[in-house]
Design a protein. Sequence first.
Length: 287
Amino acid sequence: MHEAIQSMLSRYDCQSLTEYENALRKILQELALLGLWRSKFFEHAAFYGGTALRVLYGLDRFSEDLDFSLLKPNPEFTLETYGQALQKEIMSFGFAIEFEQRKKRTTAIDSAFLKTNTYKQLIVIQADPRKFESFHPDKTLKIKLEVDTDPPGDFESESRYLLQPVPFPVRSYSLPDLFAGKLHAVLCRNWKNRIKGRDWFDLVWYITHHPDVRLKHLESRMRQSGHFSKKHALSHDQLLELLAERINALDINKARIEVSPFVHDKGAIQNWSKEMFLQIIDRIKPV
């Protein structure tokens, strides 16, 4: 096993197949970020979403995808430009990886996948195949990459350093803008198919650790998605009213069930209630 990978794996106290698989996914995510940095991707785009919050700011929940936003609109952008660099970077650490561009784009989101054989790569990071005898040998691990090629405006970005496998900077949305993106998801995500408890878990994290939100960026997102069309600017009071409406319509139990597989400490969601959410949103601070 590559020395850097051994060091990265040592951060996780893996006791089960699922924990090893999640550790492998996290390691591959960070190698992908390194490959994107080496190929100068972050001169054109910024990291955002749940994985950005976990990797850069310590959010205590598992997240699957790598989400990015261009710094300015470019409908011709494609992740395929970076596919070879991603493969080369990850393979240099001993992993077999495939890059697959998602064909035919009907929205402003450009998508691609990094794919590998989970069983073979688990053996690479653990070196004891007996631990994975019950694991299906053909199971594929996929990491989805998505880039918003038509980003809403009024956001700021900053560089945050990762230290493994080597020190390198990752450009990301600033925390007030990351929070704005999460509030947009809380307010505007369609619940028709499934309530996303991860949004509500992240909401609690922001209010607890970084309650500042850039209202102008949230407004830009809501106008772009068609969820705000008033002539005046979005106010703090309006935000709280919209959040209260959303909370009152929330099925707390379904939200808790959805997020539970992604949270190590189940006690963090045990006391969720509408009363709790309605009370803590008053701590959100506009900037």
